[in-house]
Design a protein around this ligand. Structure first.
Ligand SMILES: [Mg+2]
Length: 230
């Protein structure tokens, strides 16, 4: 039988990081004793080149400046947390095993640059997904804030002081819904087509900054947190 992410294959795939709720929670660092701000990163179009349902590790290509951004967060003591919608699993385009192969490759290429992600959260649900992944408004699927809230719960994060970097309006919407005060909209990935919708999410409590590449975000991160801490 083809391994295409249907219930049968979901049952066959066992991995401690995949919950019985079919949500991916991977935390690689200890919980912080005090609430700590994090750098949240969307994966496709922010960490790696957008491939439209990335499922082959050979297609993993880091975006320019991303290692600089992760390093900048590390210097500031901010954990780096990947939060990614993976609807390709709901649609049957690829499996959890494919997801793991892609994430392993990502860990490898980041490691070669001397950086690492501290946690990974992934949501496979989609309104038009195949069973058991078809859910109209899953709380983890961005624009809902579930992945950020779960990360905050497990790691003891200060969400208000955290920063989200995304390439879609739904990323920024999730950040705002989780109570963050700042979202960075990157013009990589789907960034150009989503720019107007992301900017429109600005409120008095939520700022949206548009930047062209992750290297720029690295400098911005250092500047912003300096002001916050002064
Ligand atoms: Mg994206």
């Amino acid at each position: 039988m083809p391994d295409i992410g249907l219930p049968s294959s979901a049952e066959r795939f066992t991995d401690g990081r995949l919950g019985e709720d079919l949500l991916w929670r991977e935390v690689r660092i200890p919980r912080f004793p005090l609430p700590t701000p994090a750098l949240f990163l969307d994966r496709d179009g922010v960490i790696v080149e957008e491939r439209l349902y990335l499922s082959d590790p050979r297609d993993v290509e880091l975006l320019p400046g991303i290692t600089k951004l992760i390093r900048a967060a590390r210097v500031l003591g901010m954990p780096v947390v990947e939060v990614t919608n993976q609807a390709g699993i709901a649609h049957g385009y690829f499996t959890w095993a494919d997801f793991v192969r892609v994430e392993n490759e990502l860990t490898k290429v980041l490691g070669e640059q001397g950086v690492a992600l501290d946690a990974v959260f992934a949501c496979p649900y989609h309104p038009e997904g195949q069973p058991p992944y078809g859910q109209p408004h899953h709380p983890w699927r961005k624009p809902n804030p579930g992945m950020l809230l779960e990360a905050a719960r497990l790691l003891n994060l200060d969400l208000k002081q955290s920063i989200f970097v995304g390439d879609k309006a739904t990323d920024l919407e999730a950040a705002r819904a989780a109570g963050l005060a700042l979202g960075i909209h990157m013009l990589t990935g789907h960034g150009r087509t989503h720019e107007i919708n992301s900017r429109a999410l600005t409120t008095k409590d939520f700022a949206v900054h548009v930047l062209t590449h992750a290297g720029e975000a690295a400098s911005f991160l250092a500047e912003t947190t300096r002001h916050t801490r002064d």
